[in-house]
Design a protein around this ligand. Structure first.
Ligand code: FEO
Length: 165
């Protein structure tokens, strides 16, 4: 049995993950238009990954006998001043998601809802990885600076990403 309050929080978070998918797809579109196909590919896969995260919430809510309530998805930002700004926004967004996951864990523990707490632990681990991946790319961008060759190499490296996971 899941409380109404917990169910509302899980439904809210489902929306956050789908919004993340939408935001990263907007970033993919930004790069595609700039002919940085590798960056675009990385964000397309990232977008798919976020959709899968949303679906994990969708499935879990159903499994607990709760009702999924889909809400409006906010329009994402569509333009950035630089590649670095895109990744800084990505890192800030992931930190925001980490904070929300931590709050959900806190709520599940307070309600002694062990099943939900257990479900959320996958996301606790995932968020560490998500933040680390983005930080690594930011570090590379800092090293590259204005070097076009370096940017070309990074675009190729990021374009090799083929699966969400
Ligand atoms: Fe689903 Fe990137 O957090």
């Amino acid at each position: 049995m899941i409380s109404k309050k917990m169910l509302d929080s899980l439904n809210n978070h489902l929306n956050e993950e789908v919004y993340s998918s939408y935001l990263y797809l907007s970033m993919a579109a930004y790069f595609e238009e700039k002919n940085l196909k590798g960056f675009g590919q990385w964000f397309k896969i990232q977008s798919q990954e976020e959709y899968m995260h949303g679906m994990k919430f969708y499935d879990f809510i159903n499994q607990t006998g709760g009702k999924v309530n889909l809400k409006a998805i906010a329009a994402p930002k569509t333009n950035w001043k630089s590649i670095m700004e895109v990744f800084k926004d990505t890192l800030a967004h992931e930190k925001h998601i980490t904070e929300l996951i931590n709050k959900l864990v806190g709520q599940a523990m307070q309600e002694k809802n062990y099943a939900t707490n257990n479900f959320l632990q996958w996301f606790v681990t995932e968020q560490v990885e998500e933040e680390a991946n983005v930080e690594e790319i930011i570090n590379k961008l800092e090293m590259i600076g204005d070097n076009k060759g370096g940017l070309y190499m990074l675009d190729r490296e990021l374009g090799a990403r083929t699966t969400a996971g």
